[in-house]
Write a protein that binds this ligand. Sequence first.
Ligand code: SER
Length: 316
Amino acid sequence: MQQNSTHLVLGASGQIGSVLTTELRKKYGSSAVIASDIKAPKKESSQMGLFVQIDATSYDALLNVVKSYNVSTVYLMAAMLSATAENHPSKAWDLNMSSLFNVLNLAKDGFIKHVFWPSSIAVFGPSSPKINVPQLTIMEPTTVYGISKLSGERWCAYYNKKYGIDVRSLRFPGLIGWQSSPGGGTTDYAVDIFHKAVAHQPFECFLAKNTALPMMYMDDAIRAVIELMESDSKKIKVRSSYNLGALSFTPKTLYQSLLPLFPNFEINYAPDFRQEIAESWPQSIDDSSARNDWGWQPQFDLKLMVEDMCSNLRNK
Ligand code: SER
């Protein structure tokens, strides 16, 4: 089914979207994947395939691209992340929700067939269990980002039930990759720390040293998207969003795992407003629904991730 589709990635210049676009092009061919973002792409990525500059909050702009290129699958990766959203609440709500409604409505109106939309661990809140948070549990998010993701999940489930829309979603933990820069997330210290270590500079961490959060290597995250989207529709029993787990560590553990490679690396901890956001989130994830329904299995443990990140950043 996916092999003959044209895929459109919205937010293709962002942290996940840029890596996803590259992987989809490897898999389905350059001409089958259209990259799109509100920002113009970096030169290298624009040379790899078609790019259209559009604003995902405009239904008409989206419809135009979908019709022009006969798009059947949309990956909506455009969003404002947790820390930035706290500073721009209504803008974040607007972007995160109107882009989702646009894409869901394109499916409802019969213009596209399949939708991927990422949710997040931010859907959980202080009253959710901290350890191995289950798929179904109390969810009272306290961030703008979390509220938009939880609302979005309910709308995805609604469009699936009411209109039969094939929308699929994953609750991403913090994502760590060497290919792209992060943008405004609470988990992003875990990307920045690698850049400082490789540049032989000290690192100031905006979270306290013992703040454990669920995390995942970008390669695993992208593979999860592709595997979820390629699964037989009958296997996808959760139409809100799947818990997805891989790693769980604190800033201190990550720092210690870098020391063997960078013995002189220094860290100091200066928690800011993001500490409270991190403390409202779970520390680890029970992803048994994803494992049982469509065979999810992470491949990167902390050691493998650290080695792969460092060697790729050194070569970059
Ligand atoms: N990485 C995201 C953030 O920190 C969580 O989904 O905002």
